[in-house]
Design a protein around this ligand. Structure first.
Ligand code: PXP
Length: 240
């Protein structure tokens, strides 16, 4: 089965917010990404709404014809309420701190097991698939299985950072983590800093990769290649 591409449209909202109007139109971008071949749309609302706004998430949902993935930190009640109201296909739980530039670590699935089990249960009860953001550490992946999550999203920043110098070394911990996920019957997603250079090797090396969510590099590439071409270029990297 081919890996799905979920396009993270936060950067389009960031551009819009920089001028205060509605250009670029985030809702139109979500609709167009799907028309151009995206298998899903990802949004990551943060409490300060500096990127995507809570109202964007509500506005976009009725226009999703693919899969809607909402990322965020469930320690914020506002986030939990939003997800339960909007009912996306998937929620990805991320332990990012308030005001953090971008997500930079996964959950400690051992220390935070009890908390995760409870909050994952809240979403699953409403029929929402849950994925949790995890570093490529075998023990963390193994413990994730005990939280009841459906999937994990491997944090790929370290892979991307080391890819150019030594791609074999860069992928090693991810292959081990993916093997543990498969043994534990956890679905596998991945994201952060994936781009046109490093995506193909990652997708080819990681068996059973269900979905990648990509924002920063894809939206940046769209400045040069256009959004439709760019989405097609990314899809080509992950097709069988
Ligand atoms: N996954 C998670 C949990 C994220 O927080 C982000 C960034 O918001 C991404 C994936 C996408 O990362 P990038 O923008 O580098 O493609």
């Amino acid at each position: 089965m081919a890996t799905k591409l979920s396009v993270n449209i936060n950067k389009i909202a960031t551009l819009r917010n920089s001028r205060g109007g509605n250009n670029p139109d985030v809702l139109k971008a979500a609709i167009d990404c799907q028309l151009f071949g995206a298998d899903g749309i990802t949004v990551h609302p943060r409490p300060d709404e500096r990127h995507i706004r809570y109202s964007d998430v509500r506005d976009i949902k009725p226009f999703i014809t693919t899969e809607f993935n909402i990322e965020g930190n469930p320690t914020e009640d506002k986030f939990v309420q939003l997800v339960l109201e909007v009912k996306p296909e998937q929620v990805t739980l991320v332990p990012d701190a308030l005001g953090q530039l971008t997500s930079d670590h996964g959950w400690d699935t051992i220390k935070q097991a009890g908390y995760l089990r409870d909050i994952i249960g809240v979403f699953k009860k409403q029929g929402i698939r849950v994925s949790i953001f995890v570093d490529p550490i075998e023990d963390m992946v193994a413990a994730a299985a005990d939280t009841g999550t459906d999937r994990i999203e491997l944090y790929t920043e370290s892979y991307a950072k080391h890819y150019t110098a030594n791609k074999n070394a860069a992928i090693e911990s991810y292959i081990k983590a993916a093997n543990v996920a498969a043994q534990k019957k956890l679905g596998l997603n991945a994201g952060h800093d994936l781009d046109l250079n490093n995506l193909k090797y990652f997708a080819n090396s990681i068996p059973g990769l269900l979905e990648v969510s990509i924002g920063h590099a894809l939206i940046s590439d769209a400045l040069y290649y256009g959004l439709e071409n760019t989405i097609q270029l990314y899809k080509r990297q992950i097709s069988d």
